[in-house]
Write a protein that binds this ligand. Structure first.
Ligand SMILES: O=P(O)(O)OC[C@H]1O[C@H](O[C@H]2O[C@H](CO)[C@@H](O)[C@H](O)[C@H]2O)[C@H](O)[C@@H](O)[C@@H]1O
Length: 488
């Protein structure tokens, strides 16, 4: 294997997306943040779905070939946008990936009220999920054509069956798959028809290595392979044997690109936002920044704030809870309804506690990184109360740039908790009284304790960067590839 293997990255969302007015915007969500760091540390080509009509136009302009693009926030990428049939893509994204797989992997599937799995879903898997996986698999196969010992890194739940398709065409490829979301325990997967389950697990086990953010997701995956699929599993070494091949199952917690985030914090536009934040500021500021996703548990966060205001009237008019939420996956009915519920609850809480000069919750429904970073700098309390969350990068970005020794309230069910829990106030995200108490504890914490915790969080966040993350994975790729060569 050469010193710097040419990296082929595959993810559904690319680093940029094109807007109606022709402008380029950074792709939303933690995965893009993660891969942006990765792509800037290694020579890489990023294969992604053309997600908007404008992306499709750009893909056609380039005839499905790679092109260079400058991201507005800096950094340039070699991107290959892949256009899939619109109906197939809709089934892939809006029926299978979100909500089906996303819901299973965040324990959001409501068994008492779950949709029956009927031909509609099975067809969506065969004629949607599989079609898009095949389209991107073909793009990978074309890209690595003629390359010796190519390395392909596939990302996330959108592409569980792609590895099997690439492996069939190129048995010599090294396939590494990183799953950015939780891996749930075996019973959560039992809602899927056996045929779909089998295609997902056998597709994934065409990989050489599968990576997760935490040891507990890694363990859950191994358990699923044994209990659901009856595959041979070595828990101690983290190895699954299937079809005569070994797949290593590992954990690599994702760090943030802390230098890049600090640079964002210095931008003039962030400073402009900061002036507004400071002008509007009351004595205390609570902040949350999330995609408007059911897994983020936004409603319970506001309910807890409601309880807190009820139980601590001394904070009335002295505090604002700013929630910056990016609308997400709005073609999935559950997400559209969720946004409505959020707005309705904010109206109730503001009506119940607000006064003519004070609006307790300031809800901002928009995707603006600069505005979020400006708010990061000045919070006293940051709330990350996700029900379940793969990692949650906000939990790392906030403490990095915060200038007030702000306190983090952190759900014990986020991947970030495995690293940051010691210096945060840990909460059970379902217990709204505990969350209300956590808000109070954070606000009355001594300056010394705030400083100690803030320093601890910053140290952990700056101890590794995406370069280290990718190096850890490349080291395993090399070790496994060397082992396979020696065995053959
Ligand atoms: O592409 P979308 O459908 O708009 O969704 C955005 C992304 O959401 C998820 O992000 C995850 O990745 C983060 C980085 O590893 C992690 O911190 C977070 O906990 C995950 O939820 C999803 O995994 C991505 O594929 C989406 O692009």
């Amino acid at each position: 294997m050469s010193e710097q293997p040419p990296l082929v990255l595959v993810s559904n969302r690319g680093p940029v997306t094109y807007q109606e007015d022709g402008s380029v915007k950074r792709g939303t969500g933690g995965l893009v943040t993660a891969l942006t760091g990765l792509a800037s540390h290694r020579d890489a080509i990023w294969i992604a779905s053309a997600m908007t009509e404008q992306d499709v136009e750009v893909a056609r302009e380039h005839d499905g070939k790679p092109f260079e693009v400058e991201a507005p926030e800096g950094g340039s990428f070699r991107v290959k946008f892949i256009e899939s049939d619109a109906e197939a893509y809709d089934r892939f994204y809006n029926i299978i990936a979100n909500p089906m797989l996303w819901f299973i992997q965040h324990y959001l599937w409501d068994l008492s009220n779950a949709p029956d799995i009927r031909r509609h879903e099975v067809e969506a898997f065969d004629q949607g999920y599989q079609v898009v996986n095949q389209d991107l698999a073909q793009a990978v196969i074309d890209e690595i054509d003629g390359q010796e010992e190519p390395v392909v890194m596939v990302h996330d739940y959108h592409f569980y069956t792609l590895p099997g398709m690439v492996r069939e065409a190129r048995p010599d490829v090294f396939l590494h798959h990183f799953v950015h979301i939780p891996w749930t325990q075996p019973d959560a997967w039992r809602v899927l028809p056996n045929a779909i389950r089998e295609q997902i697990y056998t597709g994934l086990l065409a990989n050489d290595i599968i990576g997760f953010h935490t040891k507990s997701y890694q363990r859950n995956f191994l358990q699923c392979c044994r209990d659901l699929m009856d595959f041979e599993v070595n828990f101690e070494d983290g190895v699954v044997v299937h079809d005569g091949r070994e797949t290593w199952v590992r954990s690599y917690p994702l760090p943030i690109d802390y230098e890049a985030t600090r640079n964002v914090a210095r931008r003039p536009r962030v400073r402009e936002y900061e002036e507004r934040v400071l002008k509007r500021r009351r004595e205390y500021a609570i902040l949350r920044v999330d995609r408007a996703d059911l897994s983020k548990n936004v409603l319970r966060g506001f309910t807890a704030f409601d309880i807190f205001l009820e139980q601590h009237p001394e904070f009335a008019e002295r505090i604002t809870f700013t929630a910056q939420l990016m609308p997400s996956r709005t073609d999935v009915p559950e997400y559209a309804e969720y946004l409505e519920k959020i707005e309705a609850l904010v109206a109730v809480v503001n009506h119940r506690h607000g006064t003519p000069d004070w609006m307790p919750i300031d809800l901002k429904l928009r995707d603006d990184l600069d505005e979020a970073v400006a708010s990061y700098k000045h919070y006293d309390v940051m709330m990350v109360n996700a029900m379940f969350d793969g990692m949650n990068l906000v939990a790392k970005e906030g403490p990095l740039v915060n200038e007030r020794h702000g306190v983090s309230i952190l759900s014990e069910n986020t991947g970030a908790h495995e690293e940051l829990g010691e210096f945060a106030i840990s909460v059970n995200p379902f217990d709204v009284q505990e969350l209300a108490d956590a808000i109070h504890s954070a606000l009355v914490m001594s300056p010394e304790a705030r400083e100690r915790r803030a320093r601890g969080l910053k140290e952990i966040v700056t101890s590794r960067d995406p370069g280290d993350w990718i190096d850890e994975q490349i080291a395993d790729i090399r070790a496994k590839a060397a082992g396979s060569r020696a065995a053959s």
